[in-house]
Design a protein around this ligand. Structure first.
Ligand code: SF4
Length: 402
């Protein structure tokens, strides 16, 4: 077992409800009634039971992060969240000090809900702010407005959560750099410890994709997108929130997302709920996306797994390079060698020094770390790297070659 597989694992719970489905959303979500939320909670408890009885459950290391994502976890009542946490603690080995993160929408934030979540041990509260401007929020199909967003941030920051995080979106058609700069500054000055900021992407089969295909919506071209990307990186860094990943910014290493860093470092994670992904050693698998199919599988006593894949050492190394160039910590050559048997440095010295000459990375004998300019072209950096066969493959003559 590699050292990554021995590190404490992460647990992700996908809550598939939102009060309205945004026209750009590509997640497994739907609106739901109070009854459907209660049914979902019972089904999730059944999944926890079923997975914990699976013979493979004993192989999982202790879980030290629990992440409620979605969808909108704040669509669940405090009682439902409490039952889920209690069942997890009864069925899995959960570190008593596990870091619990919870996504919430501004309209669900009120003094009572903040109190409930704190009592349940939630330590990172991640708020889907997206914008502080009413016109942008209306365009994005969000229910809250700038005033609600500001108030929810102020209440959450006053609520003594160890980490309050704000989610933002940029790259809206016609978005003006000066307005975007004002938004980013206001978010940084609100007292948050962490920001996640994603570029608007138009996914197929969404209302925005249909508007684009009809000619009613024009995506922002690359150059203005780059300007907005640079604004968020510069403004947040100047206000004490430097990027630790291309879309994530934190006041200090202690404020980084403990859970998401597991995804980027190939540490095991278990996902429960519709569409949730899991990863252990070299195997990745994912649940049925449709809530009804997921629920039916559980009612039939079956694991609601849709499909799985086994990653080769080359696949793992390639992913580690793509993910590594998106993070400030960069690509860790020793970790990749230990995990996959692939020595990247020796075959890529020329390519790495070329990327360094262009100001995109810093290279030493242990890592290749992207600069901010490099993070903006992370995929280009990754594509410059050759992934050779693992050393063990190269030493063993293949059948017919000896
Ligand atoms: S709130 Fe988030 S998860 Fe829910 S519909 Fe909007 S984008 Fe999708």
């Amino acid at each position: 077992m590699s050292s990554a597989a021995r590190e404490p694992a992460g647990l992700y719970l996908h809550v598939p409800f939102c009060s309205a489905v945004c026209p750009y959303c590509d997640f497994a979500v739907h609106t739901g009634t109070a009854d459907s939320r209660e049914r979902f909670t019972s089904d999730l408890l059944a999944e926890i039971d079923l997975v914990s009885r699976n013979p493979q459950a004993d192989e999982w290391p202790v879980f030290d992060t629990v992440y409620f994502g979605g969808g909108t976890p704040s669509a669940l009542s405090a009682d439902q969240v409490e039952r889920i946490l209690e069942r997890l603690r009864n069925r899995f080995s959960i570190d008593p000090d596990a870091w619990i993160s919870f996504e919430a929408n501004p309209e669900d934030i009120a003094p009572e809900s903040l109190e409930h979540w704190k009592r349940l041990g939630i330590r990172t509260l991640s708020i889907g702010i997206q914008s502080l401007r009413d016109d942008a929020l209306r365009f994005l199909g969000r229910r809250h407005r700038g005033d609600n967003a500001r108030r929810s941030l102020a209440d959450a920051c006053a609520g003594s959560f160890p980490i309050v995080s704000a989610d933002l979106i940029f790259g809206l058609p016609g978005q003006i750099p000066e307005e975007w700069r004002d938004t980013v500054r206001a978010i940084a000055d609100s007292g948050v410890d962490h920001v996640s900021c994603y570029q608007l992407t138009i996914h197929d089969d969404t209302p925005f994709a249909r508007m684009r295909d009809r000619g009613d919506l024009r995506e922002m071209p690359d150059d203005p997108q780059r300007t907005l990307f640079e604004i968020v990186h510069t403004e947040l860094a100047e206000r004490g929130l430097p990027a630790y990943e291309v879309s994530n910014f934190a006041r200090s290493p202690a404020h980084r997302s403990r859970h998401n860093q597991k995804y980027w470092r190939h540490v095991p994670y278990l996902g429960l709920g519709p569409s949730a992904h899991s990863f252990f050693e070299r195997r990745r698998w994912w649940n049925l996306r449709d809530t009804r199919s997921w629920s039916q599988a559980l009612r039939d006593g079956r694991l609601p797994v849709d499909a799985s894949e086994m990653l080769t050492p080359e696949d793992l190394a390639l992913e580690a390079v793509f993910l590594g160039f998106r993070t400030a910590d960069g690509v860790d050559f020793d970790r990749i060698l230990e995990r996959t048997g692939i020595a990247l440095l020796e075959v890529n010295e020329t390519a790495l020094h070329d990327l360094q000459r262009r100001g995109w990375i810093h290279v030493d004998s242990a890592t290749a770390r992207p600069t901010v300019a490099g993070m903006a072209v992370a995929d280009t950096l990754a594509r410059a790297i050759d992934i050779p066969a693992p050393a063990s493959d190269r030493q063993t003559p293949r059948r017919g070659e000896g």
